[in-house]
Design a protein around this ligand. Sequence first.
Ligand code: HEC
Ligand code: HEC
Ligand code: HEC
Ligand code: HEC
Ligand code: HEC
Length: 341
Amino acid sequence: MGPDLKGVTERRDEAWLIKFVQNSQALIQSGDETAIKVFEENSKIPMPSHSLTDDQVKGILKYIAAGGKVAGGEKAQEETVVKTGETKVIPAVEEREARGKLRVTVIIMSVILLISLIDLYATKIIKAKAIHYILILTAITIVGEGVFVEAAALGRQQYYQPDQPIYFSHAVHAGQNQIDCEYCHYTAEESMHAGIPPTQVCMNCHKQVRSTELTFENGTIKGTDEIAKIYQHMDEGKPIQWIKVHNLPDHVYFNHAQHVNVGKLDCTECHGNVEDMDQVIQVEDLSMGWCIECHRTKEVQFTDNKFYDKYKDLHEKLAKGEIGKVTEAMVGGDECQKCHY
Ligand code: HEC
Ligand code: HEC
Ligand code: HEC
Ligand code: HEC
Ligand code: HEC
């Protein structure tokens, strides 16, 4: 990346760095003295402009500030001994299976419904009509439930669990090796996006950790082969094409910093026990109802949180005991424009 960037975050202010990384030439042309100086000190080789968002630049800067490492890494590098063969039960996977079973039941019940109707009006093999009525009622109830569940899930992707280009297990990394979530998702505290780590972050450890005994899915997937794919990407200079699991529609605004930093919510509240998962699965349905439900019920960290200092009357009511807790909905978390562009 040209000049040594270590310490750059102490030398320059963040807003300036963001502009410089995004388009250094524009900054030089605008007559910015620091930018011109950097340009001249570096033999006037222009840095290519990058189409990075502010958040992406902030992430890179945070990574540089930590010397290309993020807290907790050394510990994880030393403790490469892991317990193997621990497959944890993932509730979302079981729920998905239950939904699959419901589908099968609905099909069977539809057939029973049809046969009952035919026998009731045409074939008349069973004499007692009560049997038809019981069967028809039961079938309608179950088919109705199935239709309701499917309709609610329409256009949503709850339980989505795509295969990734590298079999990267959170259970091995975040679970058994206890690598902090934010070691890799290091922009979650400060930015809209939690972000997916660049391959360089994998190399912090995988320069050393080159082989492993770990295998998955009855030995068909070998950890060492999967690690080898990291080097292949490094050699070819191609980023790993991770498949995004969670996808909100474009008209919805969701911000991690608001929830993780201000809201002090744990990742598990929305993503489930990722540290138990070999493959990430979308646990929640990410529906509007899901967002609103939490905004109406979850108590926000209202005291000792400078973000909420401005709500004087709510502080008073809380102190007087007129209200027991403050929810996000009470500070505007129900307003359409908060979540919609
Ligand atoms: C060693 C790096 C690393 C650590 C530690 C890590 N992750 Fe990840 N995470 C990744 C990578 C790489 C992906 C993309 C591949 C995938 O989805 O498995 C990812 C994907 C995810 C996703 C899915 C994102 C999407 O595409 O929608 C979630 C959610 C997530 N991580 C949460 C967590 C949580 C919670 C923790 C801590 C318990 C954690 N991660 C720890 C590297 C890491
Ligand atoms: C209040 C719920 C909530 C919490 C808490 C939360 N997330 Fe997310 N996360 C989401 C939603 C919703 C998305 C989908 C965002 C989108 O599509 O724009 C998402 C997406 C992601 C992604 C995909 C990449 C991205 O940034 O869009 C990763 C990785 C991720 N979360 C990791 C984490 C980690 C790590 C934590 C804890 C530090 C965390 N999340 C806490 C709701 C949450
Ligand atoms: C902080 C250190 C650390 C980081 C960062 C890290 N790993 Fe690992 N990785 C490990 C350790 C430790 C093991 C387990 C080795 C063993 O037990 O034999 C491992 C195992 C693996 C394996 C084999 C097991 C499995 O999960 O399939 C793969 C593949 C892997 N890592 C990919 C990645 C990728 C991709 C990244 C970057 C997104 C990454 N790792 C980042 C430490 C790390
Ligand atoms: C598990 C609980 C939970 C879920 C689920 C959740 N939120 Fe929140 N949300 C909070 C809390 C707590 C805050 C308060 C923190 C704050 O004010 O930034 C908050 C704050 C917000 C804010 C900032 C509002 C403001 O006053 O500035 C927005 C916007 C928001 N959430 C959008 C969403 C969207 C969109 C979803 C669904 C995709 C969602 N949230 C899901 C708990 C949740
Ligand atoms: C806390 C965040 C939040 C608030 C507040 C919110 N929405 Fe939504 N809304 C969402 C999310 C997330 C989705 C998309 C997920 C889904 O339901 O498929 C959505 C989807 C929608 C859709 C599209 C539904 C569809 O089928 O695609 C409409 C229309 C909508 N919202 C209107 C509103 C209106 C009007 C308000 C104010 C009364 C409002 N929203 C307030 C989060 C929110």
